[in-house]
Each structure stands twice: as C-alpha cells, then as structure tokens.
Ligand binder design. Structure first.
Ligand SMILES: Cc1ncc(COP(=O)(O)O)c(C=O)c1O
Length: 385
C-alpha cells in the first residue's frame, strides 16, 4: 500500500496505550474504547505544508496528509467539504463577530458527508462487502450516497418517525431502508443479525468518521487565515464533531501552525435529549443514557454516545460549555435566520444559534470575541423549507 500522501502512522486506543496497524478492519480497541488515527507530525514541516495547500482544490481532500487513505488517487470523491464561512450580518450579539459555517452544500446536504466519505472510502479500501448503520437521518443519507459511488451495497436503519424524505432519498441512492419504532438504539438492533458481510460504520465504532469531520476545523483555520476563533458552537448528538475538531486543533498544534489556547467548544443539545449536558454539568466522565429522547432536531436525538468520555474530555480541555436549548424556540430561530440573514437552516443549526444566545446570556461570550456557529444540515433533508 502506498501511503506516501498521508502522514497517518497507526491506530491508537483513545483510553490507553495500545496501537493497531492501519491496514486492517478496526472496530473498538481491546479496552472497548474508540480507536483514533495517529499521525507523524513535525512542527518543522507545517509552514511548507500550508504553502502546498494553496494550489489544491477547495474540498476536504486538500488536507490529504492529515487523512488516512491508503490510495489517495483512487478515492471516491463526491466534492465533500470546502463549505463557506459566512458572517452573521444582523443577528450577532453586540460587538461579537460571528460566522456561520454552513454545511448544507455538502453532497447529501449535511456535514455527515465528511465523516462518511472517509469511513466508506476506508471500508472500500479494506475490502468491505457492504456498509450499514443506524441513523437519526443525515448519516443514513451520507452512507447511502458514498456506498452508491463506491459500488457497495448499503443498509440503513431509521427510527420509524424519521422524516419521510430521508427514507425516500436513501432508497433513491439505492440503499435498503429498515425502520423500527422507538429510538436510534432500537433501530440499531435491526442491523444485528447480518452475515458479517456488511460493515457497521456507526459513529465511534470505527475510527474514520472522526477523521473526515475534523476537516471542519482545518477549513475554519484556513478561512480565518490560520487564526482560530474564541468559540466553536456545535449542535451535538453523539459528539463526533466535537471530538474531531479538538483533534484537529491538536494536530495543527503538532505542525506548529497554531499556538495558544484552543478554541473553546460549546456543545449544544436539546432540552428533550441532553445526556452530555447533564453529565458535563454534574462533572461526570460518562453519560447516563437519556430515557425518552424527544426532539424534532432529529440529528440531536441521540440518547447515548459511545464516545461520551472523549466528548466530555474535549469540552473540559478547551474550557468549553454544554448547553441545553428549548425545543419551542427552534422554529422562531429558523425564521429569524431566514428573514434577517438570508439563510435557510436546519433545526440543528437553529439549535446552535440558540446556544450562542445562551452563551452570551451567561456572559461567556463578550465584546471583541470571534465565534463560529455550525449550521450542520440542509432543512430540505427533513422536508422543511
Ligand atoms: C444535522 C446534524 N447536526 C448535528 C448532528 C450531531 O452530530 P454529532 O454526532 O457529530 O454530534 C447530526 C447527527 O445526526 C446531524 O444530522
């Protein structure tokens, strides 16, 4: 295998010392924890790498050295990443500079394309016979799209009350769609009796979705001319996005491209499903599964996370925050962003904006600071305007 394009070195257990090679299928580590990809990083090479980026196209693949593909030239590339960072014109708190990182323009309409692009490409490189996952919605769309382009059969399991557009579009990509009453955990059970041919690409159960998602922070750093904002405000379900962006910061630091404190990460969840917020407020290292998750910000309807320890550690390491926002304010915020900012956002993006308001109300964001709020998915994926 030619790994000349990538600085990826090995898989490293996120809860201990063990390592594993990159050239075989990886689930969880022997400690039962997620694997993370480890890179050879040299601060002396950062500046030259940054110059090399200039001639590359504006997609997540411009960061190929910090991605773990074995064969970069033969990748399946649907044009993921390279999303705009746009200023908030009329809705920012006084004297605070706010940008929206709008992920709606990704191939299947959400930031899930970043993670599943990497996960499906790696599954394909390592010989998967098919790919599957249970999803709150957008991950199913992303898996279906990348599987189609990779020539791999795809199977997705959705809670039965997921918006109908998701199932329809997954089928349009050629995926098999299963549904189950209840939550994501109930849907996941529908995938259990496979014959092993289909690899499960559930979040944190394989190491590559984090790698794709970390490109959000790499792009933000580059879009802000290699400076970083004070806050990253992220709508959080399982928390891969949070973990990934903190990992990206550590890697940029390892390359000598950023210094100083990391951006503080604010994880925003819905009041009707806020297991990470509750754990963070109570100073715990793991979450207690949320018993009856209820929210129409579908991507945030995640009662439990395999990566909970990593998410909570990332919030703590960055001096971050965890905020629960009320369901009944989502539609008003979506309207406000449409009518005051010219931007159609999904319920998760609206939740992140409500998170910014909560941060400002608590005095955690102040005049002169710079904030990036993530608008993670297109509302049309849920059949919304
Ligand atoms: C639109 C959207 N935003 C945010 C999230 C939560 O992302 P994460 O699992 O990285 O916390 C999801 C997950 O399904 C989503 O679909």
């Amino acid at each position: 295998m030619d790994r000349a394009d990538s600085w990826a070195r090995a898989l490293r257990c996120s809860a201990g010392e063990s390592e594993a090679p990159l050239d075989r299928r990886a689930g969880l580590s022997p400690a039962g924890a997620p694997w993370l990809v480890d890179y050879r990083l040299d601060p002396a090479t950062g500046a030259a790498w940054r110059r090399r980026l200039r001639g590359r196209s504006w997609s997540l693949w411009r960061y190929r050295e910090l991605l773990p593909l074995a064969d970069f030239e033969r990748r399946v590339d649907l044009g993921e990443g390279g999303t705009p960072l746009v200023p908030l014109y009329r809705s920012a708190p006084p004297e605070v500079t706010v940008w929206i990182k709008d992920e709606a323009g990704n191939p299947s309409g959400s930031f899930k394309d970043r993670g599943l692009s990497l996960a499906v490409n790696r599954a394909r490189e390592l010989g998967a016979g098919g790919v599957q996952l249970a999803s709150a919605g957008n991950a199913a769309l992303a898996l279906s799209a990348y599987a189609a382009a990779s020539g791999l059969p795809a199977r997705v399991a959705l809670p039965a009350d997921t918006p109908e557009t998701v199932a329809r579009r997954c089928r349009a990509y050629g995926a098999e769609v299963l549904t189950a009453p209840g939550t994501l955990l109930d849907a996941a059970r529908r995938l259990e009796d496979g014959d092993g041919r289909f690899w499960t690409l559930a979040t944190f159960r394989e190491p590559y979705r984090v790698e794709g998602k970390k490109t959000m922070l790499l792009e933000v750093a580059e879009q802000l001319d290699w400076t970083l904002p004070d806050w990253l405000v992220f709508p959080t379900g399982g928390g891969t996005g949070v973990v990934a962006m903190h990992k990206a910061f550590v890697e940029l630091e390892g390359l000598g491209l950023v210094s100083g404190p990391p951006p503080r990460i604010a994880a925003v969840q819905m009041a009707g499903c806020a297991p990470l917020v509750r754990a963070y407020e109570e100073g715990r290292k793991r979450v207690t599964p949320w018993p009856d998750p209820e929210t129409r910000a579908w991507g945030l309807r995640v009662p439990q996370s395999l990566g909970d320890r990593l998410v909570l550690a990332a919030l703590e390491a960055t001096g971050g925050a965890a905020l629960a926002v009320p369901e009944e304010r989502i539609e008003g915020m979506r309207r406000r962003l449409a009518q005051r900012e010219g931007r159609l956002v999904g319920p998760e993006g609206a939740a992140a904006m409500l998170g910014l308001e909560a941060l400002a109300d608590r005095g955690l964001v102040s005049a002169g600071q710079r904030v990036v709020v993530f608008q993670t998915g297109h509302p049309a994926n849920y059949g919304l305007a």
